[in-house]
Design a protein around this ligand. Sequence first.
Ligand code: PRP
Length: 177
Amino acid sequence: MSAQPRVHILFSHDEIKATVRRLAAEIKKDYQARDPLLIGILTGSFMFMADLIRLLDFPLEVEFVRLSSYGRGRQSSGKVRVVKGLTSSVKGRDVLIIEDIVDTGLTTSFLLDYLRKKKPASLKLCALTDKPSRRQTPVIIDYLGFTVPDKFLVGYGLDWDEKFRNLPDICYLEVEE
Ligand code: PRP
């Protein structure tokens, strides 16, 4: 029988809620009169995006792209693929990327470069979690929720082999041999 991972809570749903509230207040202060375009990176950001935008009571638009670098497993392949591109124009828009985690930084730096070429009026990044110990390419995070340790995280949108995205807390996995 293969080893089953043990799941430990890193940030409870209440801690996440407080952090999302703080991020929403920061974003509201900067964007409330600018009709921003929020671009989430699927799949991991869906839950964060849904909670965040419910706290943003001003006009905005939401769009998702799918950029997959991990496949089914825990190690990054190092390559970023566009699986689902944009449907809206970003030219002249105030664009804010919404991401669940910045790990190696390859996914977000790819998207930042990709969007910059489309000439938005401004381009910033909001990430719920940051794992700086794993960074391979520098990324500036303009709005950050949590800095996290080098553990494999699941829950609140984050997966392990597509599982655990539905957990309300952010957890880490411990695989017993
Ligand atoms: C995860 C996560 C980020 C990315 C971060 O996505 O949601 O988008 O990896 O990693 P990086 O900084 O090393 O590039 P993944 O490609 O696993 O797809 P998913 O969102 O569908 O789980």
